[in-house]
Design a binder for this molecule. Structure first.
Ligand SMILES: NC(=O)c1ccc[n+]([C@@H]2O[C@H](COP(=O)([O-])OP(=O)(O)OC[C@H]3O[C@@H](n4cnc5c(N)ncnc54)[C@H](O)[C@@H]3O)[C@@H](O)[C@H]2O)c1
Length: 270
């Protein structure tokens, strides 16, 4: 049976997912899309060969087996409640929202009550497979160091509150150090990966450092994890999405790979 997908959010990630389904790379049908901005949804529909309908959230959930959230952290509670309340499966891209422990618990409870699955793709980082395996033992520490261009950090709550002059930076500068939960609140559009790391590392202590570098052209994420298993280091240098420089192209590819693993009979990796 071909699964029916409803997509909420037709921006950088959502449109890559929709085009991949349209090219036949994911054995699924995109039945409905919705976006805060109706023109964005219409533009995406017009670019597709097999056209989904433009729907509101309730209609979209009714028509879908799997709801894909690619909208914003703020949108997650309403989308999760609508989808899981009707027993649909859900893929969440704005994983930073789950740094709110109450929301995380309520999503987990709704999913188990209704027999649904919730998928959280690896997003813009590498190494989540190893970290998940490692978390079956004990993890001592995990550190994420993210280096991005000042432009891609512009507008983040932490930058506004601390009145950091990003345009005045002359070289790589550490602008934030703290826990993963603090990082997600301070930079909601930049470090969803910190929340994903926390969830994968279970009880592991995840620390985050954010560096703004006026000379960098990529979004760099470096992870160092230590535990019973030994030591793991990973580093990925991501090409920013042309549509949204805050988002790495790999995050969209990770969403596509997760959808493929949902519909394909053989699962690779942890
Ligand atoms: N997990 C990861 O590693 C990772 C990586 C990059 C981005 N993200 C997150 O994924 C989400 C999507 O990223 P993007 O780059 O595609 O963003 P984007 O800004 O390019 O697109 C988001 C779209 O969603 C729409 N939208 C926002 N709120 C909505 C709502 N309540 N209902 C319907 N539509 C809504 C916007 O109008 C916009 O068109 C963001 O929250 C982003 O922070 C996660």
């Amino acid at each position: 049976m071909v699964i029916k997908i409803g997509l909420v959010g037709c921006g950088a990630i959502g449109s890559e997912i929709a085009r991949s389904i349209d090219r036949g790379e994911i054995a699924a049908q995109l039945v409905a899309v919705c976006d805060h901005n109706p023109e964005t949804a219409q533009e995406l529909i017009s670019s597709l060969g097999i056209k989904p309908i433009k729907a509101n959230l309730v209609e979209l959930v009714d028509r879908s087996d799997l709801v894909v959230e690619a909208a914003s952290q703020r949108a997650v509670p309403a989308i999760a409640t609508a989808a899981l309340g009707k027993g649909r499966n859900l893929m969440i891209m704005s994983v930073g929202a789950l740094a709110d422990v109450d929301l995380y618990r309520s999503i987990k409870r709704m999913a188990s009550e209704h027999g649904s699955k919730v998928y959280l793709p690896s997003g813009a980082i590498s190494g989540l497979d190893g970290l998940k395996s490692a978390s079956s033992g004990s993890i001592k520490s995990v550190t994420l160091t993210t280096t991005k261009s000042p432009e891609s950090l512009e507008g983040a709550p932490f930058i506004r509150e601390k009145k950091i002059d990003l345009k005045g930076l002359k070289g790589p500068t550490t602008i934030f150090e703290g826990s993963a939960a603090e990082a997600v609140k301070a930079f909601p559009a930049n470090v969803n990966v910190a929340a994903t790391l926390c969830l994968a590392a279970r009880e592991g202590n995840v620390r985050v450092r954010i560096i703004a570098d006026p000379n960098i052209k990529v979004n760099r994420h470096e992870i160092v994890a230590e535990g019973d298993f030994g030591l793991m280091t990973t580093r990925v240098e991501n090409v920013p999405s042309p549509k949204n420089p805050k988002t790495s192209y790999l995050a969209a590819l990770s969403a596509i790979a997760t959808l493929r693993s949902i519909v394909e009979p053989i699962k690779i990796g942890t």
